[in-house]
Design a protein around this ligand. Structure first.
Ligand code: HEC
Ligand code: HEC
Length: 384
């Protein structure tokens, strides 16, 4: 009851007779979409790798909302239906003329320009979700496209993801301006109408299409499509996939090369670097790391070369091929490593809990698998 009163004070209903314009389905969709786009935008534009998980959840929510909106648009009622606001260049031009000559024809549902914007925003949102999913597959081998989008394609498509997001921001700004402008022109509180769903009955406006609504069909098709899509996405997101480093380190390797520091996944350097490093273990970063046994030495070298960066297709693998020529042996000297970690203060690395830049597994729980997935990053708390 309190909530209802609060809503009424924010969005007063029109005085006098009113008609329902936006059914609850459209209003719920609209505000859920606003929330999801806000979360996706903030985590995407301002967040780093550690907010990617939330970004993906927002993206999944947006995808589900698009599907539900299509079901409502096809089988819902009144002004929710797509056939109540068909995309029409002719109508949009006439509406522009109305504005130009100061005429005002009332539209209870979307006006012809608003309608075009709704379709355009849905299309751009869909493109953002698809390019993001493709990028995720190419760079991290995650998500439903992971078995058929390689790194190169994923990276290329990723180049579209952010420009599309900027385009959406511009469209949102235009949409907000349109709501303000049309509200002022028609002396109507359009934001309030999207909250309580009603507009004044007067002056009269063309009625919505009389085609019968099929609420059951809308619910069944919308929820069914989301459920099927979730299953397909789940199936496609699990199970084996090519282009990944070995999930588990070879036990002998982990024992021998993990004696002084965390055993590094072979994906962290190209074969040439492993060969060079193994060629002089006696002078290994100021330590003598020689293995003594020639057979053991050969076995570890073979293991590193067989699983080196060349053999994986992730973002990390591709970036680890690019070494700093003045310090080619170090993972932590690569441009990519420095770029990914520049924001972390030196005292965090120096802390007892972390124990140095090279101690990847202090912050990356999946360091041994060579995945380094953003969702597995946890800087130890209370670093001193
Ligand atoms: C005797 C101890 C010791 C052993 C055994 C050892 N290392 Fe190291 N390793 C070091 C030290 C010390 C460093 C430098 C760490 C630093 O400066 O933070 C290092 C650094 C590295 C680095 C660079 C890390 C960075 O900061 O980018 C790699 C890669 C590496 N070792 C691989 C190996 C491999 C492969 C083996 C097994 C053949 C191995 N290490 C065995 C002592 C050892
Ligand atoms: C102090 C903790 C810490 C240590 C130690 C550390 N990282 Fe990270 N790493 C992070 C954080 C935090 C990020 C995310 C930065 C951001 O949000 O942009 C990150 C990002 C990354 C990324 C890119 C994002 C991803 O998930 O693919 C890679 C790859 C990576 N680290 C590899 C390494 C490797 C290899 C080492 C060891 C040589 C290492 N890191 C050591 C904290 C650490």
């Amino acid at each position: 009851m309190r909530l209802r009163r609060l809503i009424e004070s924010i969005a007063p209903k029109p005085r006098g007779a009113s008609v329902e314009v936006w059914p609850w389905t459209v209003r719920a969709f609209h505000w859920a979409l606003v929330l999801a786009v806000l979360v996706a935008g903030i985590t995407g534009f301002l967040g780093g790798m550690t907010t990617l998980a939330l970004h993906l959840i927002a993206g999944a929510a947006i995808s589900a909302l698009i599907v539900l909106r299509v079901a409502i648009g096809l089988f819902g009622r009144g002004y929710a239906r797509f056939d109540s606001f068909p995309p029409s260049k002719q109508a949009a031009l006439e509406h522009l003329d109305d504005i130009r000559f100061g005429r005002h024809e009332r539209h209870l549902g979307h006006n012809p320009l608003g309608a075009l914007m709704v379709y355009a925003m849905l299309a751009v949102l869909l493109a953002i979700v698809l390019t993001g999913t493709a990028a995720l597959a190419g760079m991290f081998k995650q998500g439903p496209f992971r078995s058929f989008i390689g790194f190169d394609a994923g990276w290329l498509i990723y180049g579209l993801h952010q420009p599309l997001a900027w385009l959406l921001m511009i469209m949102v700004a235009a949409h907000l301006w349109g709501v303000w402008f049309e509200g002022k022109r028609g002396q109507e509180n359009l934001v309030a109408a999207m909250i309580h769903g009603r507009k004044a009955a007067e002056p009269p406006a063309p009625p919505p299409p009389t085609r019968r609504a099929h609420p059951l069909l809308a619910a069944a098709s919308g929820i069914g499509a989301v459920a099927v899509a979730t299953l397909v996405v789940y199936r496609a997101s699990t199970g084996p996939v090519a282009g990944l480093p070995p999930a588990k380190l070879d036990a002998t390797y982990a024992e021998q090369c993990g004696a002084c520091h965390t055993p590094y996944s072979p994906v962290l350097a190209p074969a040439a670097v492993w060969r060079q490093m193994m060629g002089d273990l006696r002078h290994h970063f100021g330590e003598d790391a020689s293995l003594g046994d020639a057979k053991l030495h050969q076995r570890i070298l073979d293991y590193l070369v067989a699983n080196s960066a060349e053999h994986s297709d992730t973002l990390l693998a591709h970036r680890m091929m690019q070494r700093d020529p003045t310090d080619p042996m170090r993972i932590t000297a690569t441009r990519f490593w420095r770029f990914m970690h520049w924001g972390i203060p030196a005292r965090v690395f120096a802390s007892k809990q972390v124990g140095g830049r090279s101690n990847c597994s202090a912050c990356h729980q999946d360091a041994r698998s060579g995945r380094f997935l953003p969702e597995n990053i946890h800087i130890p708390e209370q670093v001193e």
